[in-house]
Write a protein of this length. Structure first.
Length: 484
């Protein structure tokens, strides 16, 4: 018995599929295929096989604008056991490049492994690229070689067939430019911004120019201040029915103000005024006097730290001694006084708050007056004054300050003081009472920081009532010395 066998034979454009057993051939079916279609199928399969066999990949390790440099690198690679070759191309700007590639690999996996071995051995980048592909080299920044004087460009190259990558690179470059511009703007704004330390210093300068009661010195700091103050009074007096005389009074005070900080929030101070007065009535010769004024001893204390929502608070107390030439001790017709003639004690609270761009400040105070006893002052009308009970006084001060620059500040303030009634006791004549009176002054001041430890403060004030000076002018020059 024969083993069955299958056969296939072509008959023109028809394939017959048969089955043969023991010498007998049986036709199973006919397969009719056009010859043209058959040839296309066979040639397409052969072309695919040839393309797969022809496709290979190289490992690119360098790019040069000078051929000599590329040949030099290739020679070095040959000495190290590689099989390099050169590939010539041009970039998007028409410049000629010589690319150094090593090896041909039938698959991208093998090329990737070779690139990894190269990078591990040489510590240099390598890129996988199809063998013989035309590439465009991305030039280094600013048209300069990226790897030294040899002119070697980057190992990573972009293909002309990938324009999206080029557009992405352009967008990234634009973003980098914009980020750099924003960074420079931020640095410029930061330089213009005022730091917290500078703000605190400006606030202190503004408050120092506004008044002594708003600031304290650092611990173990000695402050010495020269104070010059000028006051001018003028008023008319009816001497006779047809005669009116003008009274002009000029007062110049040269003061020495000293303060020392026992603690950061506790300061002692002493104010010693030296007074010069000149008074002239009509065309008569004037009167003048130069003497020590009333000395004041003070204390300033800050109970709470500054900052936060609450304003900065400074409590202060003063005691004024009767050291000057008192007004109840001199002859009022021929002499001038340089002091009040009685002692006073005062308490007050100052407040300040920064409300950008200004600093608001204010003070409320109360002064207790002690009686002047054992007097013997003879007054016109041949009466003798034996005792004076001066009235107390209460007042407030409000203002704002503004830093015009790091060294100059400007402030405006208004002061109001209400003085209660005075009582006078006369020898053999009982007692009399003088009415209450009001003092009201509008002031404008400026501070000039001339050095870190020296500044000059000027102020001009205008009296708003008959009991006030017509105007005042003052100059203060504070100095500070650290003793800690």
């Amino acid at each position: 018995m024969r083993i069955p066998s299958r056969g296939l034979r072509a008959e023109g454009a028809v394939f017959l599929v048969t089955f043969t057993t023991t010498g007998k051939t049986t036709q199973l079916f006919k397969l009719r295929i056009p010859l043209v279609l058959l040839l296309i199928v066979l040639l397409g399969g052969a072309a695919t096989g040839w393309a797969q066999e022809a496709q290979s990949f190289s490992v690119q390790v360098g790019a040069f604008t000078e051929r000599a440099n590329a040949e030099e690198m290739a020679a070095a690679l040959v000495r190290q056991g590689y099989t390099p070759y050169l590939f010539e191309t041009t970039d998007g700007k028409g410049r000629r490049w010589w690319l150094v590639r090593i090896g041909d690999y039938p698959s991208v996996e093998e090329a990737r492994e070779a690139a990894g071995r190269y990078e591990a051995a040489r510590k240099q980048p390598a890129v996988i690229t199809p063998r013989g592909s035309r590439v465009a080299v991305r030039p280094p920044p600013e048209e300069t070689p990226a790897h030294g004087p040899s002119g070697q460009g980057p190992a990573a190259l972009e293909t002309e067939e990938n324009p999206d990558l080029k557009r992405l690179e352009e967008q990234v470059e634009r973003l980098q430019t914009e980020v750099e511009a924003l960074r420079k703007q931020a640095e410029a704004r930061k330089r213009l911004e005022v730091t917290d330390e500078e703000k605190a210093k400006q606030e202190k300068e503004i408050l120092t120019a506004a008044g002594r009661q708003y600031t304290l010195l650092p611990q173990y700091t000695l402050g010495v201040e020269y104070d010059f103050r000028y006051e001018y009074y003028s008023y008319d007096v009816l001497e006779q029915a047809m005669t009116v005389e003008q009274i002009a009074n000029h007062t110049i005070v040269n003061g020495l103000y000293v303060e020392f900080a026992l603690l950061n929030n506790l300061t002692l101070n002493l104010d010693c005024p030296f007074v010069y007065k000149f008074d002239k009535s009509g065309t008569d010769h004037g009167r003048d006097v130069t003497d020590l004024g009333d000395v004041t001893l003070g204390l300033k204390y800050q109970p709470l730290k500054t900052g936060g929502r609450l304003p900065a608070l400074v409590a202060f107390g003063t005691f004024t001694f009767d050291t000057g030439r008192g007004q109840y001790e001199v002859n009022p017709e021929t002499e001038l006084a340089t002091g009040n003639g009685y002692e006073t004690a005062g308490l007050g609270l100052s407040m300040s708050k920064t409300i950008d761009p200004i600093v608001a400040f204010g003070t409320i105070s109360y002064s207790f007056a002690f009686s002047a006893d054992d007097l013997n002052q003879r007054r016109p009308g041949d009466v003798v004054l034996k005792k004076v009970e001066p009235g107390d006084s209460i007042g407030f001060n409000l203002g704002i300050g503004y830093a015009m620059s790091y060294k100059v500040s400007l402030n405006f303030s208004y002061q109001y003081v209400y003085h209660f009634k005075d009582k006078y006791h006369w020898e053999d004549s009982g007692e009399t009472t003088a009415g209450s009176r009001v003092f009201s002054v509008l002031s404008i001041g400026t501070g000039w920081q001339l050095s870190p430890t020296f500044s000059m403060i000027m102020r001009v004030g205008v009296g708003l009532t008959n009991d006030d000076p017509d105007f005042t002018f003052s100059v203060r020059m504070p100095f500070q010395f650290s003793l800690g």
